[in-house]
Design a protein around this ligand. Structure first.
Ligand code: AMP
Length: 543
């Protein structure tokens, strides 16, 4: 027997309807390329998103067509977040930090029909122009008339009649947007999000035990809108009626701190490298900024060192919340809040929990598989994390041969090696491919990196496996010292000796000025592995 409840589809237009009607007066702030601030409301967003949908239909965009964006975080991008899916089309956010070859591959693989390009990213797009074939290219924030074969965003919207908008989304399972994984090995793969997945993901992001996004929040997604939907903030903030602050191309600590102070930001979201840089600025210029409005810095994308969480709290009174997710999980997977049982526990114990990646969000189920089957939730046994839930990918877009990413019973294999403790908190020890196996024993590169980044003279650290004649692999640490500091290998070894077994400590430390990064700001270990593949440890001969 069916229940007698209405079957309203869970869609992006439904999120916008709520934002426009209930929170029509609330603001969206954008830092424009000339650094001025643009402000408008959710009511304005709704009007312009409908104009965009009408304009796209006028360009021949139909249901299921892909419309790409190559842009920073700004209100026009937000309009695409709503307007493209409302046109029945699929929003495809392109990563502006990718190499031109990879970008061209992705545009072609997705079959993008229209591309919206920021004026200041046009030189990047021109590099791939001859290799891709969209029907239309539209310039956003044009500061001069566009080239003959391109259109101008404002003119396009101006000419569109919002009253001509026809609702096209009736099925919540319809595709709404897509994002390619920034694979460090192999070709990028397309993840295709449905309206329903985005709606439910937004709803879950409002829960207090996840991100708790609420009407009173002022959300600053530093995470780019091309990185897993800016972690869903454009949609969850709209659903909650939260103010959005979009930083445009200015992601340096001073620009971010200025926005935090002047807009009274309550929640800011980004990868650890963003917060490590911000921490350095706050440490040296503490009195220049008022950050008292902030209730949470959300960090994810790679492991947040406990030392960073602690430093923000003790030195600046800022709460860092650690979360885990993937492009394939929309991305909200787990969030690390301190459980009620530990509310009064010593600070050290609470910090240890907060440095884990956290417990699954509602609707997300987790398990970890070791060599002999599923591992117990004992906080010690290592296994590959598998997840399932209504906003987890069930397949990749037009990508044959990726069956191994999914189990026979329909779970997604994350490639992350974790422990799960008896309270359901996961702790990421490595990507499967980054694990170091020395003399038959596993070494967690993440744990050593985090400890190194806790050293006062070190800002960044990556630990990689290097082939070794006796132990098969040994860890090599590649580090970046704080400006003006010159820690020695012995200092770092002594620092690690306090918490790791001797055989886990890297055999050598290489000092670089900066670490190579992926397009989403993570340390690019594959580049380090390639660079150091023939590395000879200083005292290797002695072994
Ligand atoms: P992406 O799809 O680019 O967001 O990358 C997802 C991957 O980033 C995950 O599979 C993890 O390996 C890593 N990751 C995300 N969040 C965290 C975190 N909090 N700690 C450690 N690794 C993370």
């Amino acid at each position: 027997m069916d229940g007698l409840m209405m079957k309203g589809p869970l869609t992006i237009p439904a999120i916008l309807r709520r934002a426009e009607t209930v929170f029509g007066h609330k603001t969206i702030v954008t830092r424009r390329p000339d650094r001025s601030l643009h402000r408008y409301t959710y009511a304005d967003l709704g009007q312009r998103a409908r104009r965009l949908a009408v304009a796209l239909a006028g360009l021949g965009v139909g249901p299921g067509d892909r419309v790409a964006t190559l842009g920073w975080n700004h209100h026009q991008h937000l309009e695409a977040y709503f307007g493209v899916p409302m046109a029945g089309a699929v929003l495809h956010t392109l990563n502006l930090r990718l190499h031109a070859d990879e970008l061209a591959y992705i545009v072609n693989h997705a079959g993008d029909r229209v591309v919206l390009v920021d004026q200041d990213l046009l030189p990047l797009f021109q590099q791939i122009r001859a290799d891709v074939n969209p029907k239309h290219v539209v310039i956003v924030e044009a500061d001069s008339p566009p080239p003959d074969d391109m259109l101008e965003y404002e003119a396009l919207l101006e000419a569109a009649d919002p009253a001509a908008f026809t609702p096209l989304v009736t099925d919540e399972h319809q595709a709404a947007s897509m994002c390619y994984t920034t694979g460090t090995t192999g070709r990028p793969k397309g993840v295709l999000y449905s309206h329903r997945a985005i709606f439910l993901h937004s709803l879950a992001s409002l829960a207090i035990d996840t991100l708790g996004i609420s009407e009173s929040d002022v959300a600053l997604p530093v995470v780019p809108m091309f990185h897993a939907n800016a972690w869903g903030i454009p949609y969850s903030a709209a659903m909650a009626g939260a103010t959005q602050v979009l930083p445009g191309p200015y992601l340096d600590p001073a620009s971010l701190l200025e926005l935090v102070q002047n807009e009274r930001v309550t929640v800011a979201l980004g990868v650890p490298t963003v917060w490590l840089a911000l921490l350095q600025t706050l440490d040296t210029h503490r009195d220049d900024w008022d950050v008292s409005s902030v209730r949470m810095l959300l960090v994810g994308g790679s492991a947040a060192p406990a030392s960073m969480i602690q430093a923000f709290e003790e030195r600046h009174g800022l709460t860092v919340v650690h979360a885990w997710g993937m492009t394939e999980t929309s991305p909200l997977g787990t969030v690390a809040h301190v459980p009620s049982e530990l509310a009064l526990a010593p600070a050290e114990q609470r910090l240890a929990v907060r440095a884990k990646q956290g417990r699954p969000a509602p609707c997300i189920e987790i398990r970890a598989r070791g060599a002999d089957g599923f591992v117990p939730w004992d906080g010690r046994s290592l296994g590959e994390l598998e997840v399932r839930g209504p906003w987890v990918a069930a397949d990749y877009f037009n990508h044959a041969g990726e069956g191994h990413a999914f189990t026979d019973d329909g779970w997604f294999r994350t490639g992350d090696i974790v422990t799960i403790d008896d309270h359901g908190y996961i702790e990421i020890h490595d990507r499967a491919k980054d694990l170091i196996k020395s003399g038959g024993e596993w070494i967690s590169s993440v744990a050593i990196e985090n400890a190194l980044m806790g050293h006062p003279d070190i800002v960044e650290a990556a630990v990689i496996a290097v082939p070794h004649p006796k132990w098969v692999e040994r860890p090599l640490a590649v580090v970046v010292a704080r400006p003006g500091r010159t820690p020695s290998s012995e200092d770092l070894r002594a620092h690690l000796a306090a918490r790791f077994e001797r055989w886990m400590i890297p055999d050598a430390f290489e000092f670089l000025h900066e670490l190579p990064r992926t397009g989403t700001g993570k340390f690019l270990k594959s580049a380090l592995r390639a660079r150091f593949k023939d590395y000879t440890f200083p005292d290797q001969e002695a072994w």
